[in-house]
Design a protein around this ligand. Structure first.
Ligand code: SAH
Length: 247
């Protein structure tokens, strides 16, 4: 489990202090004592820290720490996965695995070939998707939890203004590979991390009208190779390609 992080009010190079209610909680409920270890956030950086002194005095409570080692912060992959709603059990699997692989956000969308009853049930399902992402993030020791957007019609997402490089995965695409599209996005972003949005169709694939819509709104089609993958396999493969390019 990811350890809870305590945010320090004051800090310097080697020490940090937590005050007030947080300090009282540490001292009273968690029985913090000199020598015990906690993770402390000091100035936006996370450290393993050892309790140096505890003062239990109501609002004036204070816990002082010696900072030992900095914990490597692990930012999410700068990717939003636009995932067409399809069979819930498989989709949940995709959400879990995408979270493990570091996805930043998932936007479930209702596509033409999303089955009607799944489209109707999607809104209620979103809470469960959030729970799955939460648990998978903890399991993967992430320091953040991916944002799961409310399900929305595909057209909204495709037309929405975005600063990201937007890529639609399509099994018919033969010229541009995802790898190639990502390399171009990296080159265009120069020193910065490129922000990516990757759309994956439902079991039946994208309808021709949807492909035209992506095209008309500046999305670039890309391929994951000559084999037809299930949507959840496509999600995992795409994130692995992106991680290999960016991390
Ligand atoms: N219509 C297909 C299945 C679609 S697969 C069929 O003939 O059965 C579901 C989704 O996975 C697709 O919409 C696409 O986004 C993605 N996908 C699957 N294989 C892919 C590939 N080789 N390249 C790019 N995307 C792929």
């Amino acid at each position: 489990m990811t350890r809870r992080r305590w945010i320090a009010e004051h800090w310097d190079e080697a020490t940090a202090t937590i005050e007030g209610a947080q300090a009282e909680h540490l001292a009273r409920v968690l029985r913090a004592q000199p020598g015990m270890e906690f993770d402390v956030v000091a100035g936006g950086r996370v450290f393993h820290a050892q309790v140096a002194a505890v003062t239990l005095a109501g609002e004036k409570s204070e816990v002082r720490f010696n900072l030992t080692t900095e914990v490597q912060a692990d930012p999410a992959l700068p990717v939003t996965l636009v995932l067409a709603v399809y069979k819930f059990d498989r989709m949940e699997w995709a959400i879990e695995k995408a979270t493990e692989l570091g996805v930043e956000a998932i936007a479930p969308v209702l596509a033409r070939r999303t089955e009607k009853h799944l489209a109707q049930a999607a809104e209620k399902r979103a809470e469960r998707w959030r729970r799955i992402a939460h648990e998978a993030a903890q399991q993967a020791r992430r320091s953040d939890i991916p944002l799961i957007h409310d399900p929305a019609p595909l057209t909204h997402r495709v037309r929405a203004a975005s600063a990201a490089t937007r890529i639609v995965l399509a099994e018919q695409e033969r010229t541009t590979t995802l790898y190639h599209a990502i390399e171009e996005a990296i080159a265009a972003a120069k020193d910065e991390m490129p922000q990516l949005e990757i759309a994956i169709g439902p079991e039946g694939g994208w309808a021709p009208a949807e492909e035209a819509l992506f095209d008309a709104n500046g999305w670039r089609a890309a391929s994951l190779g000559p084999r037809i993958l299930r949507a959840e396999t496509a999600a995992i493969a795409a994130l692995a390609v992106i991680a290999a390019c960016l991390e």
